[in-house]
Design a protein around this ligand. Structure first.
Ligand code: S3P
Length: 743
């Protein structure tokens, strides 16, 4: 970038102006710099250290021949400075400032130069330091810091571009805003916090016992009040110059503070907890909060590649994270229940956290998760509140489909969005039957997200024959049925996971299950209960396959959920000759669990029974790897649903296996895989995962039997279901290195 500013004048030789000039000098963007300050010492020193070339005690002399004038004086001194500049500046000169309030400077410029003066560009660098003055000047002060420019309709375009370029030379990131908006945002994010900090210190310091307070006021007091050591003159000026916006945000704060006071007075711990948990989450995402949007938004994740190399025989006894399906449902039903639901074993993966955040966005107080413990303060069936923005559900199809059912019964409207993968997944399968119930649901083209659900619909119960075996669709309709007039019944073509039915019963809601039909009657209530989430059999499946295919392996997976609608992977591996023992069977909170011991075995190819497909629907990526290591051919049919998961899992797995040298073919509803047999090894290569967590983990498992490293691309989404996968994998004998790059 080549910018030549010519002769620069800097009025006010403080940290902010001097740092900018220093950076401009280093970039070679100035011919010479003249300086002015009320303080002669500052001018002499600035000249001595080479920030300015010359100075004068007459402001007019400094400004008269300048091409680029930086006004960096306290806000309340701006008008006086402008009045002195106005008669002398060249017509071609560009003027700019660095003040924290833009409205008052805009007024000052209009009052001195006239309302249409177009050569003054208003700017505000969001940077500073507790140090001040010429000696603190630092050319890198603005590197990667924001500078807000607030152009006005009449601002000259070339002057604007020059000022922007001059800030960019200092390494700043430029944002443009309207003057008024800038002052509103800064009132909330900077001016109010300073005001409170000064006020708190003053309140405490003026008490008789102040010595005590300061002796013991370590952490909290120190953190909260650090900014009260800033320059009083500067802040007096800011509070005055931006008083309208500061008063508005102060009123809001006073209102909320007095509500919090009342909650404490009444000892209403739920309300207090609500403020604290919301604030904590918002603090973690505070930049989002400024825009008053939903608290969780798409995150810019790093690109994560796994480099998986051949491992050793697996050994050990461990527990994989909590069941994803049950974790989602615990938050949903806990939120709508009366009373407090305590959840343990909750999956702290991004998918279930997306559900948790959605309910926080709708006003539910949820403590945790902390080591798998979550406390949900239920608001009752009709206690949800409109969220502040669209509900962002990340990668999670379960969140969106189940929530669609619940949202259809609310008084308020909601929009639900997701990441790139979720945005491609079919939602018509829930939108269509919900419409039959009287809901008003819009999707984007092709029945894809975002989904918009209009509030206030009167739902009526229907009977629905599911066109596909989908627990998500079944659950969506049963949840909508809680809000519908009369009975809602769903018949499924094959058994699918029944966690919704079981958990509803656990919350005291009657569900009739007869054969393949589940029925609920609307208008009931949920009563809070405790939920112990078992380990997820879908996560356990990776280790079941890993131990099966790696000779000499012997591992035990603890406390795994073995709900009969989920154990397809055990049945299929056993049918292939796997050594799997289900030990210590017991029931926790309405769900059967067991410890599962797996020893290596030479698997053989089979035609997978179609009735097992819905019972192992998420486990096929791992089972494809098992099939590739088996003796003989494995045939999968009746599994077309795999094509609409987080990726087209048939295509993704077949392509990956072929890359590694396996003879595999996809079919419309499944695949045919020729096993490599006892001595077979996978080759090396790059695997495209399509950002699908289960594809990534499956190929990490395959590497156990690799002859060369396998590079598995785009693995960040493993965190959606199995955040500690790599740790557990490496702990039991696999060898997976994580390579992380900024996206
Ligand atoms: C799930 C149901 C299944 C499964 C998903 C979780 C659930 O989806 O693939 O990971 O929690 O209800 P479908 O119902 O679409 O088969």
């Amino acid at each position: 970038m080549t910018v030549q500013l010519g002769r620069v004048a800097v009025i006010g030789l403080g940290l902010i102006g001097c740092s900018w000039v220093k950076a401009l000098r280093e970039a070679g963007a100035v011919q010479s710099v003249a300086g002015f300050d009320r303080n002669l010492d500052s001018m002499q020193q600035a000249q001595h250290v080479g920030i300015i070339d010359d100075y004068s005690e007459q402001l007019a002399e400094v400004a008269a021949d300048a091409d680029f004038i930086i006004v960096s004086v306290p806000i309340k001194a701006v008008r006086e400075v402008l009045a002195q500049l106005q008669p002398v500046v060249k017509a071609s000169a560009i003027l700019t400032d660095v003040g924290s309030v833009k409205g008052s400077v805009a007024d000052d410029v209009a009052a001195t130069f006239g309302p249409q003066f177009d050569r003054f560009v208003l700017g505000h660098p969001i940077a500073g330091s507790e140090r001040s003055g010429v000696e603190a000047a630092d050319a890198s002060l603005y590197q990667r810091h924001k500078v807000i420019i607030t152009p006005q309709p009449h601002t000259d375009a070339q002057a604007l571009q020059t000022v922007i370029a001059a800030w960019q030379l200092a390494g700043a990131d430029i944002e443009q805003m309207e003057v008024r908006h800038h002052d509103e945002v800064l009132a909330a994010t900077s001016h109010l916090p300073h005001l409170l900090a000064y006020n708190l210190v003053d309140t405490l310091a003026s008490r008789d016992e102040n010595q005590e307070i300061f002796n013991y006021a370590a952490g909290g007091f120190r953190d909260f009040t650090r900014i009260a050591a800033s320059s009083p003159i500067m802040w007096r000026d800011i509070f005055s110059a931006n008083r309208e916006q500061i008063l508005a945000v102060l009123d809001m704060f006073q209102h909320d503070l007095s509500q919090l006071r009342q909650s404490i007075e009444r000892d209403d711990q739920t309300q207090v907890m609500g403020v604290l948990t919301r604030a904590k989450v918002a603090r973690d995402h505070f930049s989002k909060m400024l825009a008053r949007r939903a608290y969780v938004e798409p995150m810019k994740t790093a690109t994560i590649t796994y480099v998986a190399t051949p491992g050793q025989a697996l050994s050990g006894q461990f527990r994989v994270p909590g069941d994803k399906s049950i974790s989602h449902r615990s938050i949903m039903l806990g939120s709508l229940a009366k009373g407090v639901t305590e959840v343990s074993g909750f999956l702290e993966g991004e998918d279930s956290l997306a559900t948790l955040q959605a309910f926080r966005d709708m006003g539910v107080v949820i403590e945790g998760p902390h080591r798998g413990r979550v406390t949900v303060h239920g608001v009752g069936m009709h206690g949800l509140q409109p969220p502040p923005g669209p509900l962002y559900l990340g990668n999670s199809g379960t969140s969106m489909r189940l929530l669609a059912g619940l949202m259809a019964g609310q008084k308020f409207s909601v929009e639900m969005t997701g990441d790139e993968s979720l945005s491609k997944r079919p939602m018509g399968r829930v939108a269509d039957p919900l419409a039959l119930m009287g809901a008003s649901v819009d999707t984007a083209d092709g029945g894809r997200p975002p989904m918009r659900i209009r509030g206030g619909a009167e739902l009526r119960g229907i009977h629905y024959d599911l066109p596909m075996a989908s627990a998500q669709v079944k659950s969506c309709l049963l949840l909508a049925g809680l809000y519908a007039e009369g009975e809602t019944s769903v018949t499924e073509p094959a058994p699918t996971r029944d966690h919704t039915e079981r958990m509803l019963k656990g919350f005291g809601y009657e569900v009739q299950v007869e054969g393949s039909t589940a029925t609920v009657t609307g208008g009931g209530e949920l009563t809070a209960c405790d939920i112990d989430v078992p380990a997820d059999i879908s996560s356990a499946a990776f280790f079941m396959v890993a131990a099966s295919i790696m000779p000499g392996s012997d591992i035990t997976l603890e406390h795994v959920g073995i709900n009969p609608t989920r154990i397809g992977v055990i049945n299929i591996l056993k049918a292939m000759g796997g050594h799997i023992e289900v030990l210590n069977e017991r029931e926790v909170g309405g769900e059967p669990v067991a410890d599962i011991r797996i020893r290596s075995a030479q698997l053989k190819g089979i035609h997978i029974p179609e009735d097992q497909v819905p019972l192992a629907i998420d486990e096929f990526p791992a089972l494809f790897v098992a099939a590739a290591c088996a003796e003989g051919e494995t045939i999968l049919t009746g599994a077309e649903e795999l094509r609409v998961k987080e990726s087209d899992r048939i295509q993704a797995m077949v392509d990956g296996l072929v890359t590694l040298g396996v003879d595999a073919k996809g079919t419309d509803d499944g695949a045919v895989i020729q096993g490599m047999g006892a001595d077979g090894q996978f080759g090396g290569g790059d695997i495209v995962t399509y950002h699908d967590h289960r594809i990534a983990m499956s190929f990490a498992v395959a590497s156990l039997r690799g002859s060369a490293p396998i590079r598995i691309l785009d693995c960040a989404n493993v965190a959606t279901s199995f955040p500690n996968f790599v740790e557990l994998a490496n702990g039991c004998g696999m060898s997976v290195a994580v390579v992380e790059e900024e996206a």
